[in-house]
Design a protein around this ligand. Structure first.
Ligand code: HEM
Length: 408
């Protein structure tokens, strides 16, 4: 333990990194990279302590599939990157923070639901949601905030459709989701909104027990809760996880993608001419933007070696996805946004390995439909905002802009 005690934490580069002022798409300043001193190095954490930062593509892959690292943020020594609320009693379905069998038991119950063929079934509903939001936005008249009127409602309405929240509850669901995602909301407001949504989901689970419909909640109630494989409180908290994990990430991807395409009108025009370009463009946007900016924290449960670096049991590590998605050995000219990039699909914006994003087919469908319809319905879309001037959210887990005023 000797050298661990000797570490002068104050001298380490402060993490999370923030990009250069004139180009926040770049995830780190050169000065911080220099201080890191290599592809793996120690960083100072925002709430005390230090962790190993892992930045290269192959090392991040090795780390994220290694079973000796925990995702449980309540374990002592876990490298905490954002303020976490005290452990809740109703966290029983939050498998993103679980390890081993407890994790795979819950994750397995959702894998079929998120398979591409099942996501295709709700694609018409995604289209409807996207078109409805865009036409509503047109009705409001320019200028409007694209984040509030388009990027945020699309993911929360989509998750409503997936879970099977009836139309009559959509406004309630939308309202409370918006409070949770609004960074101006105080902790008490957020807690209130989380409670309101959990209450709604609990009532829905009961309703679907007697009157199942064709949706995720009904299927899990009938196939898992009724036979006793899954508790009702686990299902409610699982549904909350889907809502929260898929909301801000997807919303920021939609908003930032719109901003990138507004800065590259030629790509927006190409998308309008040929919507088949969308899947490739979405992959490159996922890579280029890597909205999970702070990366993925883990705690070593045993001694391990990652990228030649010895990591001891009890030490924290952070996989910095934004840098591995700009690794020169995998992506040529990584700072360039190139929608025709052939290796774009090798990005890790959805993580990798044991906890790789289960919602990715859904997120891809939302992004594809959102960008194609935006290009098609708003050929004259403009924004006066350059990213460097847009209100940033530097300490947030996800990279994004708070507002995106547009005209057309
Ligand atoms: C996990 C990114 C959309 C549900 C993850 C992870 C990342 C990620 C990086 C890995 C976390 C870790 O290893 O600790 C994204 C991005 C999205 C997106 C960038 C949008 C562009 C969604 C959507 C849903 C979703 C739409 C569901 C509705 C989840 C869940 C996990 C997860 C449940 C936990 C998986 C596990 O622990 O096994 N996501 N996500 N995500 N995501 Fe997503």
């Amino acid at each position: 333990v000797g050298d661990v005690i000797d570490i002068d934490v104050a001298s380490l580069p402060a993490y999370p990194f923030i990009g250069p002022d004139d180009n926040p798409f770049i995830p780190v300043k050169d000065a911080d990279l220099e201080r890191l001193g290599g592809s793996i190095g120690k960083v100072r954490l925002p709430f005390g302590g230090w962790a190993w930062l892992i930045t290269e593509h192959q090392d991040v892959r090795q780390l994220l599939r290694h079973p000796g690292f925990s995702s449980d943020q309540y374990k002592p020594g876990f490298p905490v990157l954002n303020p976490i609320p005290p452990k809740q009693d109703d966290a029983s379905g939050l498998f993103i923070f679980m390890d081993g069998d407890a994790h795979s038991r819950l994750r397995r119950m959702l894998t079929a639901e998120f398979m591409i063929k099942n996501i295709r079934r709700i694609e018409p509903l995604i289209e409807e949601t996207v078109i409805e939001s865009l036409e509503r936005m047109r009705g409001l008249g320019a200028p409007v905030d694209l984040m509030a009127e388009f990027a945020l409602p699309v993911p929360s309405m989509t998750i409503c459709h997936l879970l099977g929240v009836p139309y009559s509850d959509h406004d309630f669901f939308q309202h409370h989701s918006a409070v949770i995602m609004d960074r101006k909301s105080g902790p008490a407001e957020v807690e209130g909104a989380l409670g309101a949504l959990a209450g709604l989901l609990g009532d829905l689970v009961e309703a679907k027990r007697t009157e199942p419909t064709d949706d995720l909640l009904s299927r899990l109630v009938i196939e898992r809760v009724v036979p006793g494989e899954l508790r009702k409180d686990e299902l409610v908290s699982l549904a909350m996880l889907l809502l929260v994990a898929g909301h801000e990430t997807t919303a920021n991807m939609i908003g930032l993608s719109a901003l990138v395409l507004l800065q590259h009108p030629e790509h927006l025009a190409a998308l309008r001419e040929n919507p088949d370009l969308a899947p490739g463009m979405v992959e490159e946007l996922l890579r280029y933007l890597t909205v999970v900016r702070t990366g993925l924290p883990r705690l070593a449960m045993e001694d391990a070696e990652i990228g030649g670096q010895k990591i001891r049991a009890g030490e924290g590590v952070v996989a910095m996805l934004a840098m591995s998605n700009r690794d020169h050995s995998v992506f040529s000219d990584p700072e360039v946004f190139d929608p025709a990039r052939r290796e774009a699909h090798r990005h890790m914006a959805f993580g990798f390995g044991l906890h790789q994003c289960i919602g990715q087919p859904l997120a891809r469908a939302e992004l594809r439909v959102a960008l194609v319809e935006l290009a098609r319905r708003f050929p004259g879309l403009r924004s006066e905002v350059a990213l460097a001037d847009a209100a940033q959210r530097p300490m947030a887990v996800t990279f994004g802009v708070a507002e995106l005023p547009v005209t057309w």
